[in-house]
Design a protein. Structure first.
Length: 282
């Protein structure tokens, strides 16, 4: 049985579809099991909260594998460390952690630093692990659907080329690492077919939607003001802007072959994502 955290989120929902297709037995770890069942269908769901280690033992009972996903959150390291240690203690044989491209315990970008530190703790915890390091999810663009609809995508990314990937590919690789040939100790870099600049992203949406969409490189200070006025918590604004700085420096201009190697299929292109989600941007 596979314990799945984050099952109601962007990657987790896709992972549940993958596990159902594979007919792999799984249990969902959810703060609100009734909400998880309403979203995912009649699944085995157990009450669990990454902030409450007392919920880990019962959730892990009988688990041979676990998918570890924390939301973007300043307590990510503590939360993931706690579950990784409990999983090792429970005898979990495969611990698949969702990390991030560029994870580094010394990164100046908080989110990459948290993932780098969490990877170190997962290694120390002792269960056989696989790290999945995706680039930026295409699905993030759904959060910019209004801007794309209005015809201007304004982001503080300069001209950087950024590795991007579909959450469906991340989920396919997670399912493969959980149920397929073991990948103990491996780190998979999950990217789409090519890194893209946001000018190219805008051009792809323009083509798919059949109307003008342009990219405007926002100044970091303007992006900060926009985030502040939208009510984004200060820690998240700092985390997003420090990540954008790394992307502008070219840290994410990467294309790897790991999606194909792990999932056995070609990575989904941004064109396909845009077509599949056309209604959300139209
Ligand atoms: N977005 C990107 O471009 C990108 C790229 C690389 C890596 N990542 C990493 O991906 C992760 C986020 O994945 P995602 O976008 O799929 O997540 P998401 O859509 O933000 O969903 C977060 C999930 O975490 C669950 N959750 C929240 N608080 C929890 C708690 N206290 N205990 C247990 N579960 C809790 C939520 O469940 P409920 O709310 O239903 O309880 C939900 O299932 C982050 O670690 C992020 O750094 C993201």
């Amino acid at each position: 049985m596979i314990l799945v955290t984050g099952a109601t989120g962007t990657v987790g929902r896709q992972l549940i579809l993958e596990l159902k297709t594979r007919q792999a037995p799984f249990r969902v770890f959810a703060r609100d099991p009734a909400k998880a069942r309403a979203l995912l269908g009649p699944v085995d769901a157990v009450a669990g909260d990454l902030a409450r280690p007392e919920t880990f033992g019962a959730a892990l009972r009988g688990a041979e594998a676990a998918f570890l996903l924390s939301p973007m959150e300043p307590r990510l390291v503590a939360w993931e460390t706690g579950l990784a240690r409990a999983a090792a203690k429970a005898g979990v044989k495969r611990l698949v952690k969702l990390s991030a491209l560029g994870a580094d315990p010394r990164s100046p970008a908080a989110i990459l630093r948290w993932h780098g530190q969490a990877e170190e703790e997962v290694r120390r915890a002792g269960a056989p692990f696989t790290f999945l390091r995706p680039g930026a999810l295409y699905q993030n663009l759904l959060g910019h659907a209004d801007s794309i609809r209005r015809g201007t995508l304004a982001l503080p990314m300069g001209d950087a080329r950024v590795a991007m990937v579909d959450a469906r590919d991340v989920a396919a690789c997670a399912a493969a690492a959980l149920c397929g040939p073991a990948r103990a100790g491996q780190t998979l870099t999950l990217t789409g077919p090519t890194a893209l600049s946001y000018r190219e992203v805008a051009a792809i949406f323009a083509r798919v939607l059949g109307r003008p969409v342009s990219y405007a490189a926002a100044a970091p200070d303007d992006a900060r003001r926009a985030l502040d006025s939208s009510g984004t918590p200060p820690w998240m604004t700092d985390a997003l802007l420090s990540l954008a700085e790394r992307l502008r420096a070219g840290d994410s201009d990467v294309a790897a072959d790991d999606v194909r190697a792990a999932s056995g299929r070609e990575p989904i292109s941004l064109e396909t994502f845009a077509l599949d989600h056309r209604a959300a941007f139209a």
